[in-house]
Design a binder for this molecule. Structure first.
Ligand SMILES: C[S@@+](CC[C@H](N)C(=O)[O-])C[C@H]1O[C@@H](n2cnc3c(N)ncnc32)[C@H](O)[C@@H]1O
Length: 272
């Protein structure tokens, strides 16, 4: 059983949160894919496919001769009916086996940060790629959120809530800073032609990005294990995150892609 922190959320609520994330991140992912050039006939693996937008997009790109395998520990939001070249697979990247030298292209977004041993999973993905195949990893780095060194008092409560959430997620194995470790991990795994594309945005209260933070906080509040957060601090942070006059620097969206070399994949033992 996986410990994904939003597993217990009701379908409709969780689906709307996933759609918000897709609404912000899909264009960035697709822009990165265009830089690689997805080809007709490719065999693709979408790991932790969530609500499926990227798996569906890839299915359209690779055409009838291509194939997309979309995995997730929970298939509640994934449907393959509309795509004859799409296979959905209930699969835990931490514990289930995966084909070897089987895929031309592997994409994994916002998943590694939730795993107990993300490097082990990454090792498995490297082995699953064909030689010279592409891997695209996209994970956040929260070190910019909500930005230090700004004099706005309004940031104080948001910072305090974020510190509280940081304490809660550390007990849930989530790594909010994983994005920055990806280039080195791919280098250690012998990947070639590594490209790093890090994107930041300045957001305002009431934006999609602000809503995603509030929705994530609300899930974590239900399972909080850190010492109590004063209610008025939480209420103040939520108020700011809904106020269009409040601005904050968002977490970085770190995208890293690379090609697998022709040699054997080294087994890495350290953690990400
Ligand atoms: C934050 S969502 C990201 C969904 C999608 N990749 C995206 O960016 O829109 C994380 C997804 O990873 C899945 N997940 C978590 N742990 C997993 C595991 N061990 N193996 C496979 N999928 C996992 C969750 O069920 C969830 O759908």
């Amino acid at each position: 059983m996986s410990h994904y922190y939003a597993n217990a959320e009701k379908d409709s609520l969780e689906l709307s949160r996933r759609k918000l994330v897709e609404g912000i991140q899909d264009d960035i992912s697709i822009d990165r894919f265009h830089r690689i050039g997805i080809r007709n006939g490719w065999k693709c693996l979408e790991v932790g496919a969530g609500a499926g937008s990227i798996a569906y997009w890839l299915s359209e790109q690779v055409g009838a001769t291509g194939h997309v395998t979309a995995t997730d520990i929970n298939l509640r939001f994934l449907h393959s009916d509309e795509y004859s070249n799409l296979e959905t697979r209930k699969h835990n990247i931490e514990s289930d086996a995966l084909e070897e030298n089987a895929f031309d292209f592997i994409h994994c977004r916002n998943v590694l940060m939730h795993l107990e041993n993300s490097l082990n999973a990454l090792n498995k993905l490297a082995i699953a790629l064909k030689p010279h195949g592409y891997i695209v990893l996209e994970e956040p780095d929260f070190s910019t959120f909500p930005a230090e060194g700004q004099p706005q008092n309004s940031l104080a409560s948001v910072r305090q809530v974020f510190r509280y959430m940081e304490a809660v997620v550390s007990s849930k194995r989530m790594n909010l800073y994983l994005g920055r470790n990806l280039p080195q991990a791919l280098d250690n795994l012998g990947f070639e032609d590594i490209v790093i594309d890090e994107r930041y945005t300045i957001e305002h209260g009431g934006s999609k990005a602000a809503s995603i933070h509030c929705r994530g906080w609300s899930i974590l509040m239900k399972s909080g294990t850190a010492s109590a957060l004063p209610e008025e601090v939480y209420a103040s942070a939520i108020e700011h995150m809904n106020d269009p006059g409040f601005s904050f620097k968002n977490a970085a969206n770190v995208g890293v892609w690379a090609r697998k070399s022709a040699g054997a994949v080294p087994k890495l033992l350290a953690s990400l």
